[in-house]
Design a protein around this ligand. Sequence first.
Ligand code: 5GP
Length: 139
Amino acid sequence: MAAYDPDNIFAKILKGEVPCHKLYEDADTLAFLDIMPRTEGHTLVITKESAPDLFGISPQGLGKLMAVVQALAPKIKTAVGADGVLIQQFNGAAAGQTVFHLHVHILPIKDGVPLRPQETGMAEPDALAMTAEKIRASL
Ligand code: 5GP
C-alpha cells in the first residue's frame, strides 16, 4: 500500500487550507468539482479517512464512500443534462493516480461528447462556480 502524505492537496482541501467548489459533505465524505474537468460536472468524492488509495480504507469506510457516489451520480447527471455516468477510481501512478488520497471520479457523459484527456487544463473559475451552483440546486 502507498504511504499517506498528510499534506496532499485533498488533505489540504479537507482541512480548509485550499478552496474547492463543494457539492456535498457528511461525517465521512466530501464531494467537490474537479479543477480540471474532463466533462461538465466532473466531481470527486473523497473519504475523510487518511487512505492513499482503495487498499488503505476499511471496508466500512469504502461502503460509505461508494454510497455517496451512488446517491450523487444520478443527480449530477440530471443537473448537467448528461446521458450516462462514468465512475472511475485509479490506484497507483502506473494506473493514472496523481493525488494519493482515495477519491472516486463521477464523470457525467453526454451522447457523442468525448471525454477530455486527464489533466486537460484548469477550468475557468466562473464556469466551475456556475456548474457547482446548478448541481447543488439539484441535490
Ligand atoms: P487521479 O488521477 O489521482 O485519480 O485524479 C486526481 C484529480 O484531482 C485530477 O482529475 C485533477 O484534475 C484533480 N485535482 C488536482 N488538484 C486539484 C485541486 O487542487 N482541486 C481540485 N478540485 N481538483 C484537483
